[in-house]
Design a protein around this ligand. Structure first.
Ligand code: R5P
Length: 296
């Protein structure tokens, strides 16, 4: 029997993902009782099926409980397996106890996925102090690399690019993107002073003065990192940088602030349901899902 996609908080990549996979897409109803409790209903036959739940888990607090209700209900109704495609994994930036008494929510969140799903596919999870998903996950998991998609966008949009990561943490994916795009790369040095306050120092960029900088990062949240990094590049004599990111969460007025900083060329992947998502990672995600479905 062909796999069944069940969308819950569908990410923008749902349609191209469904088109790239052999299964069909089922219907899930998500409502609220008058007191606010979630009401979840599967409106299709799941018995004997390989179920693939597909969800945008950004802003995850309100989504996680309905997600668990859906996964458990699919099992109760006879699903053969229940996998999760969560293109963006929330909480992972809280990967240590930065202050006494804090919850290490990245670790806790990952551990909650164990036992609920048979497998997980995600895209470019923020792995820093947690080195790999399988440090915590006991289920099979694939972290899809977005590098080929980001590099494709850069190659088609920017001539003579210089890839710049805004902080040391970004080195891992900036290097991967640069290898595919065949472009030089470097990273800046960032100190985070608060949720919306960062300081960034640029390395000596003089030898790349003829190139167009492209800021590459995994997440835009408040946008402060990109705005401050762009200003540093312009102070160093470069034109406004292009921006290629994986997950454009962009809380509040982040897009506006980024545009006001002079950035006009900007693209994010279609992992979360926000304004800019022109880089399609569905083919990469579909390839990973097929492996968990036994090559379907
Ligand atoms: C940092 O760890 C991430 O890679 C991003 O640089 C960060 O999440 C961006 O946050 P914001 O947009 O709030 O500066």
């Amino acid at each position: 029997m062909k796999p069944l996609l069940l969308p819950l908080f569908p990410p923008p990549l749902l349609a191209p993902l469904a088109a790239a996979l052999p299964g069909e897409t089922g219907a899930v109803e998500l409502g609220r009782f008058p007191d606010g409790d979630a009401h979840v209903r599967i409106d299709c036959e799941v018995s004997g099926r390989e179920v693939v739940i597909v969800g945008d888990l950004s802003d995850g607090d309100a989504k996680f409980l309905p997600l668990v209700f859906l996964a458990r209900t699919a099992r109760e109704l006879g699903a053969r397996t229940v996998g999760l495609v969560a293109p963006y994994l929330p909480y992972l930036r809280q990967d240590q106890r930065f202050h006494p008494g804090e919850a290490i929510s990245g670790r806790l969140f990952l551990s909650l996925l164990n036992g609920e799903f048979d497998w997980l596919v995600t895209v470019e999870p923020h792995l820093h102090r947690i080195g790999a998903l399988d440090e915590i996950l006991t289920i099979p998991a694939t972290a899809v690399a977005a590098a080929p998609a980001l590099a494709g966008w850069i190659q088609s949009q920017v001539s003579a690019p210089l890839l710049v990561g805004p902080d040391a943490e970004s080195a891992r994916w900036v290097e991967q993107v640069a290898a595919v795009a065949k472009a030089p790369w470097t990273v800046m040095e960032k100190t985070r002073l608060g949720d919306r306050t960062v300081e960034i120092r640029a390395p000596d960029l003089a030898r790349w003065r003829e190139r167009t900088p492209v800021l590459v990062d995994d997440i835009i949240s408040t946008g402060r990192t990109l705005v401050v990094a762009a200003r540093k590049l312009m102070e160093a004599g470069f034109p406004p940088p292009a921006v290629a990111v994986v997950h454009g969460l962009c809380v509040a007025d982040a897009w506006d602030e980024i545009r006001e900083a002079g950035i006009v060329q900007l693209a994010a992947c279609n992992t979360v349901d926000r304004a800019e998502r022109s880089i399609d990672v569905a083919p990469l995600v579909a390839a990973a899902v097929r492996e968990h479905l036994g090559g379907a």
